[in-house]
Design a protein around this ligand. Structure first.
Ligand SMILES: NC(=O)c1ccc[n+]([C@@H]2O[C@H](COP(=O)([O-])OP(=O)(O)OC[C@H]3O[C@@H](n4cnc5c(N)ncnc54)[C@H](O)[C@@H]3O)[C@@H](O)[C@H]2O)c1
Length: 355
C-alpha cells in the first residue's frame, strides 16, 4: 500500500506531536524534524517504535534534503519566554526555515502548510480579526522577532507560490492549549494551571479584563489537516481558533474550578505590546474547510489539568505526588508542593505575557 510521506517540522513540540500522532493514525508515513529547543522526546516517545514514524534531529535554519509529499512547517518557539530567549535565532528559524522548507516543496512538488499566527495581527485595531486585516505590528519591539518573522515567512510562501507555482497553504493559529504544553512556557493556560496545582497565587497581568480565545489542540490539529487537504488553489491565509472570548479573570476562575484550588489572584503590570483583545473570525475556515471548534473551554481545561497533574506526579518527589494527585490542595500539602517545585527547576513558572 502507498503511504503519503509527510514531513512535520517542530513535530516534537506541543502541537506538532499531536499532529504526528493523528497523521500516523490516518495511515501516513511521518518524518518528524525538530531540534528539540522547546520540543521534547517525551512528546513523541510513544511513536518511536511505529513502523511509519521517523525522527530527525535537525535545525531548520540549516539546509536539509528530504523526499516527501506534504510538509507541515511548525518549527518555531511559540511562547514569548522561548522566542525572546534568542530573538535573532527566532527570526532565522522563521525566515531561513521557511526558505529551506519551501525549497524542498519546490524540488519535490510537495504541498506545504505554514503554521502562521494571530500575532501577525499585532495589537489589532479591528475586532474580531478577519484574514483581510493587515495588522498593527510593532516592527522593533520585544515581540517583533516572532511577529515579523512569521509575517516574512507568509511573504515567502506567497512569493514561492506566485513565482514558482509552489502549492502552499497558510493558517493563522490563535491561542491553542492542551496536554503537552510545557509547564514553564509562561503561557497563560499553563501558568494558571501550574500555579493552581502548586497552591500558589495566580498572576494576572493588568486588570485581567483583556481577552483571549482558546482553542483545544485536537480541534486545531483537525483544522490543520483539513487545510492541508483543502481544494486546489485555496491558499489561505485562514484563521484557525476558537472564537469564544474569555477575560483573564474568567480563565482564572475556570482554572480554580478545574483544579479545585484555593489560590488568590494577584495583579502585575502588563508586559510591552501585550494585545488587549484577540478573537478570530473563523467564517472562512467554516466555509472552505467545514471546520469549527468542538471542545468547550471547561472540558479542554479539565483534560489539560489532568495532563499536568499526571506529568507532575510522575516526575517530582513522593510528597508532591500525593499532593497533586489528590484533588484538595490543603495548606500543609501546598507547602510541601512549594518546597518540591522550588527544588525542581523544570517546573518553575517564569512569567511572561498571556500568550
Ligand atoms: N500554541 C499556540 O497557541 C500557537 C499559536 C499561534 C501559532 N503557533 C505556531 O504553531 C507552531 C507550533 O507551536 P507550539 O505551540 O507547538 O510550540 P512548541 O514550542 O511546542 O513547538 C515548536 C517546535 O519547534 C521546534 N523548533 C524550534 N526551532 C526550531 C528549529 N530552528 N529547527 C527545528 N525545530 C525547531 C521546537 O523544538 C518545538 O518542538 C509554531 O510555529 C507556532 O508559532 C502556535
Amino acid at each position: 500500500m502507498e503511504h503519503n510521506r509527510i514531513l512535520v517540522t517542530g513535530g516534537a513540540g506541543f502541537i506538532g506531536s499531536h499532529l504526528c500522532e493523528k497523521l500516523l493514525e490516518q495511515g501516513s508515513e511521518v518524518i518528524c524534524m525538530d531540534n528539540l529547543f522547546t520540543g521534547r522526546k517525551d512528546n513523541i516517545r510513544h511513536l518511536m517504535n511505529h513502523p511509519y514514524f521517523e525522527f530527525i534531529r535537525h535545525d531548520i535554519q540549516e539546509p536539509v534534503y528530504v523526499e516527501c509529499d506534504q510538509i507541515y512547517n511548525l518549527a518555531c518557539p511559540a511562547s514569548p519566554i522561548h522566542y525572546q530567549y534568542d530573538p535573532i535565532k527566532t527570526a532565522k528559524t522563521s525566515v531561513l526555515g521557511a526558505l529551506h522548507m519551501l525549497g524542498i516543496a519546490k524540488r519535490c512538488h510537495a504541498r506545504i502548510l505554514q503554521a502562521s499566527t494571530s500575532e501577525v495581527y499585532g495589537n489589532p485595531t479591528v475586532h474580531p480579526q478577519t484574514e483581510e486585516y493587515w495588522g498593527n505590528v510593532n516592527p522593533h519591539g520585544l515581540r517583533s522577532c516572532y511577529d515579523e518573522g512569521k509575517r516574512m515567512a507568509e511573504t515567502l510562501f506567497f512569493d514561492y507560490h506566485r513565482q514558482h507555482g509552489v502549492d502552499i497553504k497558510v493558517v493563522r493559529i490563535f491561542n491553542t492549549y492542551g496536554p503537552r504544553m510545557r509547564p514553564d512556557d509562561g503561557r497563560v493556560v499553563s501558568n494558571f494551571i501550574v500555579q493552581a496545582l502548586k497552591g500558589e497565587d495566580i498572576t494576572i497581568y493588568g486588570s485581567g479584563e483583556q481577552t483571549r480565545s482558546f482553542c483545544y489542540v485536537d480541534d486545531l490539529v483537525d483544522g490543520l489537516i483539513r487545510m492541508m487537504n483543502s481544494r486546489d488553489g485555496f491558499t489561505g491565509p485562514v484563521n484557525l481558533g476558537n472564537p469564544g472570548e474569555f477575560t483573564m479573570l474568567e480563565l482564572a476562575e475556570l482554572t480554580l474550578q478545574a483544579t479545585d484550588a484555593k489560590s488568590k489572584l494577584i495583579h502585575l503590570p502588563l508586559p510591552e505590546d501585550d494585545p488587549v483583545q484577540r478573537k478570530p473570525d473563523i467564517s472562512l475556515a467554516e466555509k472552505e474547510l467545514g471546520w469549527g471548534p468542538t471542545v468547550q473551554l471547561r472540558e479542554g481545561l479539565g483534560r489539560t489539568v489532568e495532563y499536568f497533574r499526571q506529568s507532575i506526579a510522575s516526575q517530582v518527589c513522593p510528597a508532591l505526588k500525593k499532593c497533586v494527585s489528590s484533588h484538595s490542595v490543603g495548606a500543609a500539602r501546598a507547602r510541601e508542593a512549594r518546597f518540591c517545585f522550588e527544588n525542581d527547576k523544570s517546573f518553575g513558572v517564569r512569567h511572561a505575557s498571556g500568550i
